[in-house]
Design a protein around this ligand. Structure first.
Ligand SMILES: *Cc1c(COP(=O)(O)O)cnc(C)c1O
Length: 374
């Protein structure tokens, strides 16, 4: 059986270095907000090319706290509209509604799964104050066009980079395109902790200072509280582990790219639509968090692959506007998002897949017989 993602194997790669890091933390006697956190924050800011990195408890908090910080700084207010893709993971949208801001869902480009700048432009109203861009599945959204639009309309740009650590365009990485960016280090992400963790990157010092306080009860100085903050801290143990794994990230991304190229070259079935890398001949902007194909016969394909010993997952089966959590949107129609949610299927992807396993997935895909539409 080829697992969709073999986290155990991935974490074996850095096992010795992670054990050393854990021992260092255990023996230090200091477990929250210490040297390990600042070392990781510096390393990750440098990796992204930004001035600041603020570690938090998870990726959802990274997005929630950034929007909250902009409210504290007077840049956003209750009821302001924030544009967000209609096909994203629910976290991007929760971050907006939890801040009493209004999510405005915009359809993605069917080929790249990412926000389409023309559709964004059409959705801007007098109440729009920000765009929450999601670099879905590991591919950068069209940031040059989205930033130009944001500038034209005076909008803030928040990147949701939870799936795109290291994705870049012209050498500029995810996390360094917007006014701020939220990252998740959930274990299954390309850079994953051994538990929950997240971070915000930004070049805005005022925002960074606000976030350092918000994640720690709104406090800059011990026992003085500037804001109604929360407890959302990235602990020393996870920070130490992330510092180890960050060193292997580019090499692991390289392996993901090799696997993606092998899939792209090898899968040849009229019933399966392969992912597109946005018309760009180079794939530097894609870090292949997920390798997502489309098919009109998803259930049949998933069953066939399982019978061939290939595990697949669906990211994601239900679009946000059809969730019970957003009852008020259930009657709305987003045909592109709905079609994508009906058709997408994620093939096994990860740095520890062998060429033989990848070839087995390819053979299984190519032996899928498309049923005649009746
Ligand atoms: C994983 C993910 C998040 C949330 O990250 P957590 O660390 O699980 O809170 C947000 N947005 C996207 C697109 C994600 O994939």
């Amino acid at each position: 059986m080829i697992n969709f993602l073999d986290l155990k194997a991935i974490n074996q790669l850095d096992r010795e270095a992670m054990l050393e890091a854990c021992a260092r933390v255990i023996d230090s006697g200091w477990y929250i907000a210490g040297a390990e956190l600042s070392a990781f924050e510096h390393a990750f800011a440098e990796y992204c090319g930004t001035q600041f990195c603020i570690g938090v408890a998870n990726g959802l908090d990274a997005l929630i706290l950034t929007l909250q910080a902009w409210k504290e700084l007077g840049l956003l207010a209750d009821g302001d509209e924030v544009i967000v893709p209609s096909n994203t993971y629910i976290a991007s949208i929760l971050a907006i509604s939890q801040n009493r801001l209004v999510p405005v869902l915009v359809e993605p480009d069917e080929k790249t799964f990412n926000l389409c700048p023309t559709a964004v432009a059409a959705a801007v109203t007098k109440k729009t104050r920000a765009i929450l861009v999601v670099h879905l599945y590991g591919q950068l959204a069209n940031m040059p066009a989205i930033n130009a639009l944001a500038k034209e309309h005076g909008l803030l740009v928040l990147e949701d980079s939870a799936q795109s650590h290291g994705a870049s365009l012209g050498g500029r990485r995810a996390g360094n395109w917007g006014d701020a960016s939220g990252f998740s280090f959930y274990p299954g992400k390309n850079l994953g902790a051994l538990g929950d963790a997240g971070a915000i990157t930004t070049n805005d010092e005022k925002l960074a200072k606000t976030l350092y306080a918000l994640r720690n009860y709104g406090s800059h100085e011990k026992y003085k509280n500037l804001f109604k903050g929360v407890n959302s801290r990235l602990d020393e143990l996870q920070a130490a582990i992330l510092s180890v794994k960050l060193k292997s990230l580019d090499q692991q991304t390289q392996r993901r790219r090799e696997i993606a190229q092998r899939y792209l070259a090898g899968i040849d079935n009229s019933g399966i639509v392969l992912p597109s890398i946005g018309g760009n001949s180079s794939d530097e902007q894609h870090v292949w968090h997920l390798f997502v194909v489309r098919t009109a016969q998803r259930e049949a394909l998933q069953k066939h692959l399982m019978a061939c010993g290939v595990q697949t997952l669906i990211h994601y089966p239900i679009p946000p506007h059809k969730q019970s959590a957003y009852k008020e949107w259930n009657e709305l129609s987003f045909p592109v998002a709905e079609r994508l949610h009906d058709e997408v299927l994620s093939l096994p992807m990860g740095p520890t897949l062998s060429d033989e396993e990848v070839d087995q997935v390819i053979t299984a895909c190519n032996s899928f017989v498309v049923a005649n539409a009746s």
